[in-house]
Design a binder for this molecule. Structure first.
Ligand SMILES: [Zn+2]
Ligand SMILES: [Zn+2]
Length: 243
């Protein structure tokens, strides 16, 4: 059982402490075959600026022949509305190697969306049924409208969803559900329901420094504890497909 890639890492382009090359070097030293650089999108509190994706692509092109590992450029886009809108244009997503989508509490959104979508997730420890339905719908709207490859840290940050419903839609669209190296909040029941849909999971570190690249103890513990079938993990002994 070997991890083939880490598809969610941050750098000094936002609030990470390592450069693209440092992440790449670290991943190669760990024996990974793939590394993705996936910075926070435009509305995050720590965000890239317009033009940064082109700069990052140039940075990657400048070092790619120095290393054996494949370097992918992606984004961690923010879910910013109940309609499933993202804080980056589809035309920009098309130029990337992979697209991660996540909900983050401290993201710039329109006031109405803050009031009816973000705020309930901020204040309620135990989500209401209506809130879960609303959050689930936001994700479903998003994956029906935009190119998405990975859903990051579901159930984290107060945005509780119906995991089974989302997993069923992910199966149809070949979208991976992330087992985040740091942020995991799935119950055994939720994992069991998702496994039954046949959805594929992906293990990612969400590293913000070189020492965290490729480090996924929490995800591996969960896989063992809840007995997630290894063939349903996209980056164990196989390479995920981000078309
Ligand atoms: Zn995130
Ligand atoms: Zn992240």
């Amino acid at each position: 059982m070997k991890l083939t890639g880490d598809f969610h890492t941050h750098t000094t382009y936002t609030h990470g402490t390592s450069t693209i090359e440092e992440n790449v070097k670290q991943a190669e030293n760990l024996g990974l075959k793939n590394i993705a650089i996936t910075e926070h999108s435009y509305n995050s509190c720590y965000h890239i600026n317009h033009g940064d994706l082109d700069k990052m692509r140039k940075d990657i092109d400048a070092i790619k022949d120095k290393y054996k590992i494949k370097i992918l450029l992606g984004i961690e886009a923010n879910l910013i509305s109940r309609n499933g809108d993202l804080d980056i244009d589809d035309s920009e997503l098309d130029k990337l190697d992979l697209v991660i989508v996540g909900f983050h509490k401290f993201t710039k959104v329109k006031f109405k969306e803050w009031l009816f979508f973000v705020l309930p997730n901020l204040i309620r420890k135990r989500p209401s049924k209506k809130q879960i339905e609303r959050n689930t719908k936001a994700y479903l709207n998003c994956i029906k409208k935009h190119r998405v490859n990975i859903l990051a840290h579901l159930q984290y940050g107060g945005c509780y969803v119906d995991c089974e419903k989302i997993a069923k839609e992910c199966v149809k669209r070949n979208i991976y559900i992330e087992l985040n190296g740091k942020r995991i909040n799935f119950s055994k029941i939720e994992i069991d329901k998702m496994v039954k849909t046949g959805v594929k999971f992906i293990i990612n570190s969400d590293a913000h420094d070189i020492y965290s690249v490729g480090k996924n103890h929490r995800a591996f513990n969960l896989i063992e504890k809840y007995k997630i079938p290894l063939e349903q993990i996209a980056n164990l002994d196989k390479i995920p497909d981000f078309k």
